[in-house]
Ligand binder design. Structure first.
Ligand code: FE2
Length: 242
């Protein structure tokens, strides 16, 4: 199985288009899986959802989708994120809201689990809130060998050999995985990276080659910035992309 895993598109359709083009240019990708937060912050949430549905990309629920599904959870967000979510609500069609409301909190495919925040199924927990004992405890109780998460918009790999957890940042390029270890992989963000570099990020996982490939994809950031301005979204969301 050779799959692409994407996360945190955040209404940035320009970045998403560039990532899909990059995925389509790769050899032998059998599926694309998405870790949620497809909307919020960015200017084109409706277009992103339409693209997801057109390409039949399975997605889990992110905390921004949760806010659309349960508007009372808007109070958890900081005022700027809340303002953009309120705007996002006005940009989504009823069909897209229904689609969002039906997203599952986790997905399992073969030996992989997909969840937005932290396994087994948390939409809101950040990886940095959990220490290595917590990661160990969780991975011990999961049947799947590889867990993909998003939510932090950062790139990280935690490997577990049954004794200790070692966490390291992930960079562009290929990581050889050990078939005898379990992994928790934070895949970064397509539409609003927070890893200190501005290209869109996603990963390719190959369970036969036991390989993880981290892709950095340049896209027209100024196009997204202009659209954020045109939509009247908070300036911070534009500045964060530059
Ligand atoms: Fe996010």
């Amino acid at each position: 199985m050779r799959i692409a895993v994407i996360s945190d598109i955040h209404g940035n359709a320009t970045a998403f288009e560039a990532v899909l083009e990059d995925i389509d240019s790769q050899q032998g990708i059998e599926g694309i899986y998405c870790l949620g937060d497809n909307i919020g912050y960015g200017p084109e949430p409706e277009k992103v959802i339409e693209m997801m549905r057109m390409r039949n990309i399975p997605s889990v629920l992110g905390n921004h989708e949760l806010a659309i599904k349960q508007p009372e959870s808007l109070s958890w967000f900081n005022p700027t994120a809340r303002r953009s979510l309120e705007k996002t609500l006005t940009l989504l069609s009823p069909e897209s809201k229904t689609y969002i409301a039906k997203l599952p909190t986790y997905l399992i495919v073969d030996d992989c689990r997909f969840v937005h925040g932290f396994p087994p199924d948390s939409v809101t927990t950040y990886l940095f809130e959990i220490n290595s004992n917590g990661i160990k405890y969780t991975l011990d109780r999961l049947e799947e060998r590889v867990v993909f998460i998003g939510h932090t918009h950062e790139l990280l790999i935690a490997e577990y050999d049954g004794t200790a957890v070692i966490s390291e940042p992930l960079y562009r390029g290929t990581v050889q995985l050990d078939p005898g270890k379990k992994y928790l992989i934070n895949v970064g963000s397509v539409g609003q990276p927070r890893d200190g570099t501005n290209p869109a990020k996603y990963v390719i996982y190959d369970d036969e080659a036991n390989e993880l490939i981290v892709r950095f994809v340049p896209y027209d950031i100024h196009d997204t910035v202009n659209k954020i301005h045109q939509a009247g979204l908070p300036e911070q969301h534009a500045l964060r992309l530059l």
